[in-house]
Write a protein that binds this ligand. Sequence first.
Ligand SMILES: C=C(O[C@H]1C=CC=C(C(=O)O)[C@@H]1O)C(=O)O
Ligand SMILES: [Mg+2]
Length: 463
Amino acid sequence: MNSESYSSTQQFAESRYEGYRFYTETIEVTRMSALAFFEAGRDGHAGKRMYWQNREKTFTLVGLGHAHVLTSDAAQGRFQNIKVDWKSLCRQIVNEEHAVQPVLFGGFSFDPLNDKESEWTNFPQAYFAVPTFQLILKGEQAYVSIHLITEQHESFAEFEALRKERDKLIHAAQVSEVDKYDKPQAIGHLELRKEEYLHSIQQVTDTIKAEEVEKVVIARALKLEFDEKLSPTAALYQVSNEQPESFLFGLEAEEQFFFGATPERLVKVEDKKALSTCLAGSTPRGKTVEKDTELGNALLADPKNRGEHQYVVNMISEVFEAYCSQASVPKLPKLMKIRDIQHLFTPVEGNLNPGATLFDLVEALHPTPALGGEPKLEAMEMIREYEALNRGYYAAPVGWIDAKGDGEFAVAIRSALLDGKEAYLYAGGGIVADSTPQSEYDETWVKFRPMLRALGGQLSDES
Ligand SMILES: C=C(O[C@H]1C=CC=C(C(=O)O)[C@@H]1O)C(=O)O
Ligand SMILES: [Mg+2]
């Protein structure tokens, strides 16, 4: 495409929502449980709810209902499609709020070119929504916003009805009992394609030794069965207790619910400052302080894990060099210790260049070699060829952006898809030349642990 036709396409896309009106109204309320607000939407907004809490627990977002949905099934261009549509929608905002901005929440699939049939039946390649009711908890403050996006210009009655519903949702959340979210209990489990998984690691290490690629992340899935339909609220509640030091996210797509507690930030943008996290290289927690320290020190000194980590640092540094000024990257990794696992961790930051946006960074960073590999395109092809699953939204960017362009995306690992009476759990690991199928298999069990405990699916051969 030449640049002239490109810019006219872009202009058309940017005026797509001309004629729409995007009404917002925000009130400050007494702080309430975000999960109780999520649960309050169960009857009226099931299938259209979203949940997010950052690692530091300083920002929580709950969305109920869809004021507007943005999706894309384009293999190429899905990041830019969502970016341009969001910009176009934001131009129609009628009454700017200052306390909080309207938020768009959602995610992208891991690999739109993977055409294996899968359980991800309700998730397009990109799926975002502006919630009708938006709860934001920020520090000590709580705000509830109503969003109405419409082509009709006489929407007072509709808005009045939304105000009534908002008051009911707030009341229900404020008076509800939080400790009723029982732990699910799995009645059966299945390791999906275990032999294929083990074999794929052998194939990948052989290819790495032949110097055709350097690193490839390979994942596998478990399936749990239950005798009744799982509650998204209970699942979120349980996993946040099992792994509190994480981003907590949940995204409903009709009767399917994708959620998780991930330690990995893909990218955050706040006031033109960009932050990312290199997270790769793993070892379990020790049972005693001494053992834990010993394992951590061994991880910091281990060439295999340091190698896995360095590919991620190099790639994220290059992206930051391209999109930011004053990119800063510590020379040595630190340990990130969470409930079941310790990781090598290097934070990266920089100042976003003029014109660059959060979606540009998401596109450039996804997938980092913590979930894809090095070189990126060859690794993606190998994952498509050798990995026995279609990842759907596992290992992909999930997060939010506001009308000013601030926002944050996590890498959706340590996650599961709930589908009626079934749950699919996913975990993988970075394969380098000296990986072995058994040690990678063991590493996936450590990564499955918090989700298995949350869903009552501990296996007898797993501690
Ligand atoms: C692929 C996963 O973890 C990635 C993130 C941190 C550490 C990793 C590792 O040590 O292999 C993986 O790259 C997963 O949790 O499913
Ligand atoms: Mg690893």
